[in-house]
Design a protein around this ligand. Structure first.
Ligand code: SF4
Ligand code: MG
Length: 317
């Protein structure tokens, strides 16, 4: 992602004035091979929009997204098909990804048929292997989605996403709807897959402690802007940006031993993305905001390799 932004035209009422909603603004980051990158933020922070742009479901209106050094928009024909196999996405609701009228076997065969991969026998062997990878018994093949639990369905969706041996897996709130124990199992499964296949994973969630626990690096988004990019160890200390710190403190799972007990919660409402505050977009809720924060848009500043923060508190005075 290089300076990526996207705006949507919105209208309020039939004769309302068209307004540009800047859902994402000037976001830059790299995903390394075999890396687990977390993207966190509250709802409306632009996390899913970033994922949709990476999947080419939306086109950025500014900047570029490159895959293996080439802009996504330049992938055509056979290259385009390869890209579709190599970058896969898992959403929060497995029901949205599984056709209720297809058996699990038919659902798992679909990617092989679409991409014309393997003979009949090879496909059969491959789907059995995939079930094994995600820890499901072969007996689920004859079942239909309604007969499985949410966790089982999400495993099927992950198995299908892995069918074409992707290089990148984007998980957008992929475990948010699951029970704590199933959640942990699916997260461990994703981490094993990274080990086994060298998969790069973009893990999108509103749950900062969970993201911190599983990701090598974390991007913190607020109203479509990057607030902080930090390696896991920095995030474990609560991060540096006031928003990252507030997210930690407001999280029920935050560890009080780290001095981050919730003495403060994230006060106030998230401003409308249609009318974001000027200056630092976080100033209306920031406990450390000063008058300057209302005027100046803070620049991203590298504090150490792989760690940067957009906040005037870290700007050299
Ligand atoms: Fe808070 Fe100001 Fe920093 Fe924004 S720039 S996070 S308002 S201190
Ligand atoms: Mg979302």
């Amino acid at each position: 992602f290089a300076g990526v932004g996207i705006s949507f035209q919105t209208r309020t009422g039939m004769f309302g004035k068209a307004r540009a909603l800047r859902a994402v603004q000037d976001v830059s980051f790299e995903l390394l091979r075999g890396e687990v990158l977390g993207i966190v933020g509250e709802s409306g922070s632009g996390k899913s929009t970033l994922a949709r742009m990476a999947m080419r479901l939306l086109a950025p209106s500014a900047g570029e997204i490159l895959y293996e050094g080439r802009p996504l928009a330049a992938y055509k024909g056979a290259q385009d098909k390869r890209l579709r196999g190599e970058v896969q996405m898992v959403f929060q609701d497995p029901n949205a990804s599984l056709n209720p009228r297809l058996s699990i076997e038919q659902s798992l065969l679909e990617p092989f048929i679409l991409h014309r991969r393997g003979s009949r026998q090879e496909r059969q062997a491959e789907i059995l292997r995939l079930l094994d990878v995600v820890g499901l018994p072969p007996t689920v093949l004859q079942r239909y989605p309604f007969e499985l639990s949410g966790g089982q369905k999400q495993r099927v969706v992950i198995a299908r996403a892995l069918a074409l041996k992707p290089k990148v897996l984007i998980a957008d709130e992929a475990v948010a709807a699951l029970d704590a124990s199933v959640k942990a199992q699916i997260i461990n499964l994703l981490l094993d897959l990274r080990q086994e296949f060298g998969l790069s994973i973009i893990f999108i969630s509103h749950d900062l402690p969970m993201v911190q626990a599983m990701c090598d690096r974390v991007l913190v988004l607020y109203l479509g802007r990057l607030m902080e990019t930090a390696p896991r160890a920095v995030v474990a200390q609560g991060g540096m940006h006031p928003y990252t710190r507030a997210l930690w403190k407001s999280s029920p799972a935050a560890d009080p031993d780290q001095g981050l007990a919730h003495e403060e919660t994230l006060a106030g409402e998230i401003p409308s993305p249609l009318d974001p505050p000027g200056g630092c977009v976080f100033h209306t809720r920031c406990p450390q905001a000063t008058g300057r924060c209302r005027e100046a848009v803070p620049e991203r500043r590298a504090l150490s390799p792989g760690h940067d923060v957009a906040c005037i508190l870290f700007e050299p005075s």
